[in-house]
Ligand binder design. Structure first.
Ligand SMILES: [Mg+2]
Length: 236
């Protein structure tokens, strides 16, 4: 397996959900509740990726923008053949259930805290999330990880969220580093596209929400199957 030599890098940018924080249980439960309530015929495992994308989009939009864009937002496969208003009801219900479960059902990936503390001794660390920066701060605080990150960029800090490279470029600018000095670690195809556009070293973690095959189609520089293999990627 390829190893990343930390001597060659000066900074690492982490995505939050799906890389540090595992929200897959909350999504699964929200989907299960929706399937039951609306009597939908879907396979939860099959629709996780699409729903994770949908949730990520909805949570960084203000409500008026969600309503304006709802027709396009809801053009998702798992809701195909359902009338628009029913789609909207299902999506809102699912999002509410997700928020209800999110805190109690989510936790950090095993070993990621140890990895972060080791990496922080060698390179600068930042968070780039399509969620609110305050949310990332709260999660980091809860797990005593705040002190390792000098920069947190959320949707409220940029004009364009991932897959746009703006957030990564903003961090590079703040750090005064070149793209080749920096690694970006993300779990979704939007992360891969942002990382490739910013020309940083792009590491994908197929930690559960996006399918490995879909991620590979977006050509990350390195793909690991899970947190365990992400940890093994670095030599200290
Ligand atoms: Mg993510």
């Amino acid at each position: 397996m390829e190893k990343l030599n930390l001597e060659n890098y000066k900074g690492i940018i982490f995505d939050m959900d799906g890389v540090i924080y595992d929200i897959s249980e909350a999504i699964k439960k929200a989907v299960d509740d929706s399937v039951e309530k609306y009597d939908m015929n879907v396979n939860t495992d099959e629709v996780m990726e699409e729903i994770a994308h949908l949730i990520e989009e909805i949570q960084n939009y203000p409500v008026p923008k969600i309503l304006l864009n709802s027709y396009d937002l809801l053009k998702v496969e798992f809701l195909e053949g359902i009338s628009f208003f029913k789609k909207l009801r299902i999506a809102i219900f699912m999002f509410n259930q997700f928020n209800k479960y999110k805190e109690a059902e989510s936790t950090i990936f095993e070993g990621i805290d140890d990895l972060i503390s080791k990496l922080a001794k060698k390179v600068k660390l930042a968070i780039l999330t399509n969620n609110k920066s305050q949310y990332a701060e709260e999660v980091l605080e809860k797990y005593k990880l705040s002190k390792f990150f000098d920069t947190i960029v959320g949707f409220n800090d940029v004009t364009e969220v991932k897959p746009d490279p703006e957030g990564i470029l903003k961090i590079l600018d703040k750090w005064k580093l070149k793209p080749s000095d920096v690694i970006f670690i993300g779990d979704m195809t939007t992360d891969v596209d942002a990382g490739k556009a910013a020309k940083v070293k792009m590491v994908s973690v197929a930690s559960g929400l996006a399918k490995k095959q879909t991620l590979l189609e977006h050509n990350p520089d390195i793909l690991v199957d899970n947190t365990e293999n992400l940890i093994k990627l670095f030599n200290f």
